[in-house]
Design a protein around this ligand. Sequence first.
Ligand code: IPM
Ligand code: MG
Length: 359
Amino acid sequence: MTQKILVLPGDGIGPEITAQASRILAACQARGLDVEIEEGLLGGAAYDVHGEPLPAETLEKARAARGILLGAVGGPKWDRIEDLAKRPEKGLLGVRKQLGLFGNLRPAITYPQLAEASSLKRELVAGLDIMIVRELTGGIYFGQPRGIEERDGERVGFNTYVYSESEIERIGRVAFEMAQKRNKKLCSVDKANVLEVTILWREVMERLAPEYPDVELSHMYVDNAAMQLVRAPKQFDVVVTGNMFGDILSDAAAMLTGSIGMLPSASLNESGQGMYEPCHGSAPDIAGQGVANPLATILSVAMMLRYSLDAPTLAKRIEEAVGKVLDDGLRTADIASEGTRTVSTIEMGDAVLAAFEAL
Ligand code: IPM
Ligand code: MG
């Protein structure tokens, strides 16, 4: 059966990097991947045309798609929109929420070729392979009540950090199952020394543990986890945490790999429908210059093939092609180091495509 793919280039460098990833997707199509690809507007790009970051038309296309490939959203151009609900980021959060994409997988893998590009010492990061499992449709990002209001003569801002047992349980299961497929170590990150919501989080993780006897479960407070990630990152295998902690820790983990420009991600719901996006943002400072790193987006296509389209062989082929290009010494500016050749976004796309075809 032909599956639908929706490409949402978004803002900033989004259109440049999704253009390269789309070429790889087309190459997969040519090799028999049975998909139909369409494009849509999200974020600032959608706001400029429709006056809202998630137009009904885009949501409808997203619901119908098995896989969504997203570039990035946001930028200074839209930072002054008064109504928070119309900001580009709300478009992204809207797709996540509306499609129930609660399970966010953020693998941080240090390619041996890039260990020099990390700001940490080579021996700390070489061979690193962590999977951060971030809850994506709950927690403080979505909790009610929220707002800014006048109280006793001054303005007060407030958000609510809330998780139900069922929300914790379903992300916990994703993480335990992930650990079973990997090195069988799961570290749950919370702030159970201060926050009730994460006391419950810890309890639920403990309750699930006996169902996964082969997985070794540990717990860590988020402040310590931030420190351990930069002190001795290789102690981690799978990390599971809530929405906001996961947002923060995954950026830190990204830098261990050399550049945030290398990190793909998958956001899945219970039926395996998913949105795939690079973890980096829209990088407005380099947008339009043709220098952005398309590899995280290309690797996101590989994740889509693996998790939503059941095409692991093609996924592996893309990953190998990326490895080959790095072996050949090609680098976009963000991962360049001595002795490598700095290439543009398009040249990087060309090289991955050529390596993909040659494998
Ligand atoms: C991410 C981003 C988003 C988030 C923003 C753009 C809303 O930082 O995907 O990590 O906070 O989830
Ligand atoms: Mg983030």
